[in-house]
Design a protein around this ligand. Structure first.
Ligand SMILES: NC(=O)c1ccc[n+]([C@@H]2O[C@H](COP(=O)([O-])OP(=O)(O)OC[C@H]3O[C@@H](n4cnc5c(N)ncnc54)[C@H](OP(=O)(O)O)[C@@H]3O)[C@@H](O)[C@H]2O)c1
Length: 292
């Protein structure tokens, strides 16, 4: 049994806490606000999370593992927890979207103690203390000692946690899927927006740009990945709300840089043109700029 801290008790962090508890671990919730009565509506029934809750980073206890599940734009705040939680050398698993997990946390701890995690699970916050998990929590990590120790944390829980030999391809495939979500957030409309012919074409272009950069970064993706993803997105429930749309609706920042900015930045590095992603970013920045 390990003592595991979860930093960021939102949709993903709450489910992770419930799974760790089911795996028999001692869970410490590191949150910005009290978390009494946290309940996860899992596919197998409600799980009431019983955990120590800490709301002050200065009071964070040393733990065996730290699992960060904040949004990518909240990394600086999440990092404030690390000196206390990692006082005895704990590793930090980064459960976030995008492909730059290590880069985001490298300013705060030695890179060999950072474990990037591809997290895939449909889950939404219902209220401050209730989340709904609509599918299995899938966690993928690079093969190695750290990856192996991480997957062991979920033994005995219903999570699907596994090491993979080619993490680069796994994480870029997920980014390909997420990249076109920016259209939904731009238009303030749920997932069904890509069912239209014209917007479907735009989505295809955004994903194709992502796939081209992914391949330049070493990912192995099938030739027709963009069509496969668009088809899957068109077949998904039309009223699905991705997290970027949810963030925009709630007036929060968005993971625009982690999901689209990175495609433009790394595209530039490889001399790959990414005009559709660049335009989506420019439009979103203009639409959400504070009125002057
Ligand atoms: N939701 C999904 O279905 C899903 C699926 C796959 C991947 N992901 C990815 O997983 C990551 C987490 O997403 P999410 O949906 O769980 O986000 P979320 O519901 O917005 O939760 C993020 C949590 O982090 C907390 N937080 C922010 N700054 C903090 C700080 N300094 N200290 C402690 N807590 C802090 C927030 O606190 P407040 O409650 O106070 O705002 C919030 O509870 C993202 O990268 C996302 O893209 C999400």
């Amino acid at each position: 049994m390990a003592k595991v801290a979860v930093v960021g008790v939102g949709a993903i962090g709450s489910v992770i806490a419930a799974l760790l508890q089911q795996g028999g671990h001692r869970v410490v919730l590191c949150a910005r606000r009290p978390q009494a009565g946290l309940v996860v509506e899992s596919p197998a029934g409600d799980v009431a999370v019983q955990a120590e809750v800490v709301t002050d980073a200065a009071a964070a206890p040393a733990v065996d593992w730290v699992l960060v599940a904040t949004k990518a734009y909240d990394v600086a705040g999440a990092a404030q927890w690390l000196p206390g939680l990692c006082a005895q050398g704990a590793a930090v698993a980064v459960l976030q979207n995008g492909v730059e997990h290590r880069e985001r946390f490298a300013p705060y701890l030695p890179v060999e103690r950072i474990l990037p995690v591809m997290v895939d699970c449909p889950v939404e916050r219902q209220s401050a203390t209730r989340v709904r998990q609509r599918g299995v929590m899938q966690l993928r990590v690079p093969q190695g000692a750290l990856g192996n120790a991480f997957t062991q944390l979920f033994a005995g829980s219903p999570a699907d946690a596994a090491e993979v030999p080619d993490f680069t391809s796994v994480v870029w495939r997920k980014l390909c899927f997420n990249s076109a979500g920016v259209l939904s957030a731009l238009l303030l409309q749920p997932a069904g927006v890509v069912r239209g012919e014209a917007l479907g074409e735009v989505a295809l272009g955004i994903i194709e740009e992502c796939a081209a950069v992914a391949r330049a970064e070493g990912a192995v993706l099938e030739d027709d990945i963009a069509q496969v993803i668009l088809q899957a997105q068109r077949a998904a429930p039309a009223d699905g709300v991705n997290s970027m749309l949810a963030d925009r609706r709630a007036g929060r920042p968005m993971e625009l840089d982690a999901r689209n900015g990175v495609i433009v930045r790394l595209g530039r590095k490889h001399s790959i043109a990414t005009p559709r992603n660049a335009m989506a970013i420019a439009l979103m920045e203009a639409l959400t700029a504070p009125a002057s």
